[in-house]
Design a protein around this ligand. Structure first.
Ligand code: NAP
Length: 544
């Protein structure tokens, strides 16, 4: 079908004209499209009738569609493992696409597009989405829940169709109409549509752009921001930013706005600690926002300006002119480098902690909290993070006790009040001395640090939130000077002791707020821009 011209009104086309055009389009399709409808003997409900009627109407338009109807007890149902009615199979010798229910209402659009793609024998995926699917190695079984009245569903269902056509050997698709399959909708809790599950994991709430659908399906998690890949072996920049947290992303925006060619390299998840913060409060403009939601907003904003290389670790930095940076994927040659490497979780360092990490010991309540619903855990720490996360666990239905080494909390008064109001128990003046359990956490050995009295507590999990250590390995390796506390030493313009190397964010110490990290990122970018215009190191060299 030719795409609709901008401004064209579908109403302007009469039904007769539409059918004529559709007939012509179907006529030109190079491949036959076999359709098999499976029904239950004796069942001739509205869904079966609608499915049959739809296929018949299409067959009147083209002989490219062949149609067979089988009962569920037929050999063909066993062959294709069909056990529900009505089920439609589409070209089952070429790909694995089935429709549980009937393509009613809005779903007629999906049906039409599916017929055309199957007839063409191509997915018509965009290049980015194709690239994502190219290196998919493992099978993916996709379920898209849809309903006849949902205008967003066709986009998501067609995403699934495209994936199943592009990778027929690995991707199988079920489009599930929730009205005719309420038991499946209940089992998957799919009461808002479209909803997509891949290998039984929720990978899409709502309609996704093609490339995000493919990436979520590949990664088996819902991905909300797509960052295009780059194949370039060497990239030249004015500013290379190491770290994609609030400081690095803000620096990227400000640098590019100033006219610098900048790039951000991030080895892990974008957003740094914010990505796993359950709730962020009082980021200006937002009274409360989920950490991941804030990160998505920041990343989408940054991507409007700066190129981001995610999943790429900086391995080496060679100061010079240009500075040479080696990552796990390529080289960068840059006039300046901003270290915005942030900070990582502090460890308690007690016996059992590292052995049982991931087996009941966790540093991330947002990630692991749901696994402890209805179970008993402790949260160790007395700062803002520990209290925020204890509240988060409590609201999730986890039986949490805060364990703090002193008799007052470091956390803000508002959070302390919230903790009290929610009656979350606190063990004061208590230290964890050992975490015990064979394969999983079973109990902790505690000590009252006033009376020195030991005790054991039977629990299922230990969450640790005892602060952060700056990530300074790279800085140390290239000789960047550190403060006594181990943070990067820098001047008021965020310059380190090495010309062309700057820092911003939590790696510099200070208040460790998202808003201060973002502020430091913008300051550093502006100062780098000024230094590029008037290089201070030239002056230093001239004076030497
Ligand atoms: P933090 O403020 O440094 O607090 C760390 C807590 O862990 C302290 O209560 C500390 O006890 C305890 N602790 C440290 N080492 C310990 C050990 N070995 N054994 C037992 N307890 C230990 O860290 P944070 O709560 O992660 O916060 C980090 C930064 O992020 C802070 O600047 C914080 O304000 C900021 N943040 C802000 C918000 C917000 O604004 N809403 C939310 C989260 C984090 P002591 O008190 O005895 O030292």
């Amino acid at each position: 079908m030719s795409p609709m011209q901008p401004g064209a009104q579908p109403e302007q086309m009469t039904q007769e004209q539409f059918l004529r055009q559709l007939r012509l389009t179907l006529e030109k399709l190079p491949n036959e499209i076999p359709l098999y409808l499976f029904t239950r003997p004796g069942q001739d409900d509205v869904f079966v009738q609608a499915a049959r009627q739809l296929v018949r109407s299409f067959r009147e338009l083209t002989d490219k569609i062949t149609f067979r109807e089988y009962a569920l007890d037929h050999e063909m149902a066993r062959r294709y493992r069909v056990d529900r009615a009505p089920t439609l199979l589409f070209a089952p010798e070429r790909c694995s696409i089935r429709w549980l229910g009937a393509p009613l209402g809005e779903e007629g659009r999906t049906f039409l597009e599916m017929i055309i793609l199957l007839g063409l024998g191509q997915s018509n995926l965009n290049d980015q989405a194709k690239k994502v699917l190219k290196d998919l190695q493992e099978p993916r079984s996709v379920k898209v829940f849809v309903s006849a009245t949902c205008p967003y569903c066709p986009q998501q269902a067609v995403n699934g169709v495209r994936a199943a056509i592009e990778k027929p050997e690995l991707v199988s698709l079920e489009i599930i109409d929730i009205q005719s399959n309420p038991d499946l909708a209940n089992r998957y809790n799919a009461h808002s549509v479209p909803q997509t599950f891949t290998n039984e994991v929720l990978t899409g709430m709502g309609a996704q752009p093609e490339e995000l659908f493919m990436l979520s399906m590949k990664k088996l998690e819902e991905v909300t921001v797509f960052i295009p890949d780059s194949d370039a072996p060497v990239v030249d920049t004015d500013l290379l930013i190491v770290g994609g947290g609030p400081a690095g992303l803000t620096a990227g925006i400000y640098a590019v706005r100033s006219g610098l060619k900048a790039a951000v390299v991030e080895r892990g998840a974008l957003g740094g600690q914010v990505a796993t913060t359950p709730v962020v409060e009082n980021y200006p403009g937002l009274t409360q926002v989920g950490g991941k939601a804030l990160v998505d907003i920041m990343v989408s904003h940054a991507l409007q300006y700066v190129q981001i290389f995610q999943g790429e670790a900086v391995i080496d930095i060679q100061p010079g002119d240009p500075i040479e940076i080696t990552t796990s994927r390529r080289k960068f040659r840059s006039k300046s480098v901003l270290l915005a490497t942030g900070a990582s979780h502090k460890h308690l360092g007690v016996p059992g902690e590292s052995r049982l990490s991931g087996k009941g010991v966790s540093y991330c309540s947002t990630c692991d909290g749901p696994l402890f619903k209805g179970k008993k855990v402790i949260m160790v720490g007395g700062g803002n993070s520990a209290v925020t996360e204890a509240l988060h666990l409590h609201h999730m239905g986890v039986d949490v006790t805060l364990v703090h080494r002193r008799d007052t909390l470091r956390a803000q008064q508002y959070l302390v009040k919230n903790l009290e109001e929610n009656r979350i128990p606190v063990l004061w003046n208590t230290e964890v001395k050992e975490i015990k359990g064979k394969d999983r956490v079973k109990e902790v050995l505690l000590v009252d640090n006033r009376s020195k009295k030991p005790s054991t507590l039977k629990i299922d999990g230990v969450f640790l939130s005892i602060g952060y250590e700056p990530a300074v390995d790279l800085a140390r390796k290239i000789g960047v000077a550190l403060t006594e506390d181990g943070y990067i030493r820098r001047d008021a313009k965020h310059r380190t002791n090495i010309p062309g190397i700057y820092s911003a964010g939590d790696v510099e110490g200070g208040y460790k707020q998202i808003v201060t990290a973002a502020g430091q990122g913008s300051e550093a970018a502006l100062s780098i821009f000024e230094d590029m215009m008037h290089p201070y190191w030239e002056k230093v060299k001239a004076q030497a």
